[in-house]
Design a binder for this molecule. Structure first.
Ligand code: ATP
Ligand code: ZN
Length: 296
């Protein structure tokens, strides 16, 4: 294992993961000075530097020891690991809560989905041949994989494949190409990845520190402070409706002995549906606020 006294993290240069990754690192208190070629960011507040690269290069940079950590989609990490001999050289240290998507098989809209065996003998276009091959093997399906480097969704119309295996988030791209999602192979999001074995020098300590900060940043990001008033009799129902079943602070309201005021930090976002259900249960004057920092 290489020794270095600074930690190096690979981050996507341009694309869906670039901004949320940098944003997360900034929230962890890291500050960077970018090199003139914009490929390297020198860590000014801690000995942690960034390498800005294409997302597909991130697993290789970790496997080769060029970078210690990477912010990368689980789909890209798994695809790379499955393409290697033997055990995965990577581990997922944390899911990061952004870049959510699914790797799915999609069919022409008019085709009914009857199960994996329906794919026997078909040509499936994908940029994820190893993930798809693994799924086909697990399901004992004999289909041919057409590996493309992009624009997979137009392959059925071009006649180069019968169906596709691609990333889906909203499903809008599929719909625009008269395709529909049939089966999910993998649920993905951005993850903090490292090699299977963490460095045992100072970089190991830096990773520990970064993980602690990441955990509190991610926790805070998902937390909401909920404040409301309600009849005391509705308290149990309302607490059940709050995401993550928090332990609320309940106080009485001067002059209304049957009512309470509630304050709770919820782990998870509060939807309009949640609020409407609480309102039906008797809650009123509801406020949902983001939390900026939290120290237990
Ligand atoms: P690069 O130039 O770095 O190779 P790219 O075009 O391969 O970029 P992006 O489109 O930015 O990559 O996607 C990066 C990651 O974002 C994907 O690997 C995936 O984990 C995630 N992602 C989330 N939603 C989607 C989506 N709808 N389509 C594609 N990727 C998505
Ligand atoms: Zn890519």
């Amino acid at each position: 294992m290489t020794t270095r006294d600074r930690l190096r993290i690979a981050v996507q240069k341009n694309g869906r993961l670039a901004e949320p990754s940098l944003d997360l690192l900034t929230r962890c208190g890291l500050k960077f000075r970018q090199s003139r070629d914009k490929l390297f960011c020198f860590g000014e507040s801690m000995p942690i530097d960034l390498l800005l690269v294409r997302d597909d290069d991130i697993p290789g940079l970790i496997a080769d020891g060029v970078c210690d950590l990477g912010f990368v989609g689980r789909n890209v990490l798994t695809e790379d690991a499955l393409g290697r001999e033997g055990e995965s050289p990577f581990q997922e240290l944390r899911p990061l809560g952004f870049g959510g998507c699914r790797l799915s098989i999609a069919l022409p809209q008019e085709t009914e989905w009857s199960g994996p065996q329906q794919l026997a003998g078909m040509r499936i276009a994908t940029t994820y041949p190893h993930l798809l091959g693994d799924w086909l093997r697990t399901n004992s399906v004999n289909a041919s994989i057409v590996t493309l480097s992009g624009s997979v969704e137009i392959a059925p119309r071009l006649g180069t494949a019968d169906l596709i295996c691609d990333l889906v988030s909203s499903g809008a791209t599929l719909a625009a190409n008269q395709l529909k999602e049939a089966v999910i192979l993998q649920r993905s999001e951005a993850v903090l990845a490292s090699s299977a074995e963490l460095p045992s020098d100072e970089r190991g300590d830096l990773i520990e520190l970064l993980l602690r900060r990441l955990d509190s940043v991610v926790n805070v990001r998902e937390s909401r402070l909920v404040m409301l008033q309600a009849p005391r009799s509705a308290l149990d129902i309302i607490v059940d409706l709050l995401p993550g079943k928090p332990q609320p602070t309940v106080t009485s309201i001067e002059g209304s002995p049957d009512d309470i005021s509630l304050q709770a930090v919820c782990n998870g976002s509060v939807s309009w549906q949640d609020l409407e259900q609480m309102k039906r249960a008797g809650a009123r004057s509801m406020l949902v606020l983001p939390v900026e920092k939290m120290l237990a």
